[in-house]
Ligand binder design. Structure first.
Ligand code: FAD
Length: 371
């Protein structure tokens, strides 16, 4: 991965901030820990981590229909090349991003959007190879007037126009747009149209960048993302939620399972409550990732990767505790959940589960993921 060294995280040094602000790792005058990751290494590493822990992986299968009995999810019917199969489970974690499973199981959800935010836009990202991103940054930072002119001409010629981000290598450029609004991630015709438009945009951008962008003379189409980029579809209606009204308060909630910055550094960090992963009514299921319970304003940051990792870890540990204790996910002991998360190195704040914090400092803290 490419990003600042640990000793530079949080630095306000002007030269370092200037360097990293061109490389997506400085924000509001501070160097941040926000690296760009080689996606192939991440896929391989993720696979090996779960296999090491003896998880049975099933690729190439699509979760289609939840099996619901007496208000609780008991398993999922999958479709694959083998036809149809059911996997039964004491707890199902819905990580589909779009809430496919909780919605089909009958849980309540919302789907309102924040028009001013990009969180409802879709697009298929792509990579160009054969570029010199240092040369591009030199142009962008060193010739601001020519850069503005380049962007204006690009918008004029291509309509929706996007500039590249740095990647994990100097010879690869990352395009995370152009973002397209007005489409539904739950409509196959819409998904198809966004895919078609994104691939056309990719070709048009290549022509324009090869002709006009310093560092892009020898660029080539390297890869369009293996999967369309969806930012928002459904959001669970949970027992509790991450809410806009909480941003100014920064109060650690009693069932905090993670901490997130709000949308701007002017707000304190806020709690992610366990209740945001738990459906209001449905049992046997937890949600994690970009469809957890939050209002549309908070979705702007709750959909980001670190927050998705945080809620994924919390949902996994909570599911293990529910299975071990033979209770519904909504009935697990929150203190035990917080202790387990703390023992795994999760950052929770004093005040949120004070007992759990005290227990975690004792040597014989139990690790719930062993369950
Ligand atoms: C173009 C783009 C750029 C972004 N850039 C950034 C960034 O720079 N930094 C950042 O922090 N965030 C960024 N985000 C946001 C962030 O990447 C996502 O919100 C986050 O990765 C969502 O994670 P998730 O696991 O909840 O959902 P997803 O990443 O959508 O994963 C859901 C997975 O479930 C699978 N799936 C879905 N339905 C089913 C089913 N029925 N059966 C089986 N499998 C299923 C999907 O194939 C997918 O693998 C970006 C988003 C987009 C679209």
């Amino acid at each position: 991965m490419a990003g600042p060294k640990r000793e530079d995280w949080g630095s306000g040094d002007a030269a370092k901030v200037a360097h990293w602000s061109q490389r997506t790792a400085a924000y509001h005058g501070t160097v941040t820990w926000s690296p760009t990751i080689d996606p192939e290494r991440l896929k391989l590493l993720s696979q090996e981590i779960v296999l090491e822990r003896k998880v049975k992986l099933i690729y190439h299968s699509w979760a289609a229909i939840p099996i619901v009995q007496d208000g609780a999810v008991k398993g999922i019917v999958f479709e694959s090349k083998e036809g149809r199969m059911a996997i039964m489970a004491d707890v199902v974690v819905d990580a589909t991003g779009d809430g496919d499973l909780f919605a089909r199981a009958g849980a309540a959800f919302v789907n309102d959007i924040e028009e001013a935010d990009v969180h409802h836009c879709m697009n298929t990202s792509w990579l160009f190879g054969g570029v010199d991103m240092n040369r591009w940054i030199e142009f962008k930072a060193g010739q601001p007037e020519q850069f503005t002119e380049f962007m204006a001409r690009g918008r004029e010629q291509l309509g929706l126009f996007e500039r590249p981000f740095v990647s994990w290598r100097n010879d690869i450029a990352l395009f995370m747009g152009p973002r397209q609004s007005g489409y539904s991630a739950l409509d196959v015709d819409d998904l198809t149209e966004v895919e078609v438009r994104s691939h056309r945009a990719m070709a048009a951008h290549l022509d324009y960048f090869r002709a006009h962008a310093p560092g892009f003379k020898d660029a080539f189409l390297m890869l369009s993302a293996p999967q369309i980029g969806v930012r928002h579809a459904r959001r669970l209606s949970g027992v509790s939620s991450v809410l806009r009204s909480q941003w100014p308060l920064g109060v650690p909630l009693a069932d905090e399972v993670g901490v997130t910055p709000a949308v701007s550094p002017k707000f304190p960090n806020i709690s992610i409550p366990y209740g945001a992963l738990v459906p209001q009514q449905l049992d046997g299921l937890l949600a994690c990732g970009r469809h957890i319970s939050c209002d549309r304003n908070s979705h702007g940051f709750m959909r980001e990767i670190p927050q998705c990792w945080t809620t994924g870890q919390a949902a996994g540990v909570a599911a293990a505790l529910a299975v071990e204790g033979r209770v519904a996910p909504r009935a697990i002991d929150i203190g035990a959940l917080q202790s387990a998360l703390l023992s795994q190195g999760v950052y929770l704040r004093p005040g949120a589960g004070t007992d759990a914090l005290a227990k975690a400092q004792q040597p014989e803290t139990k690790d719930a993921t062993a369950a």
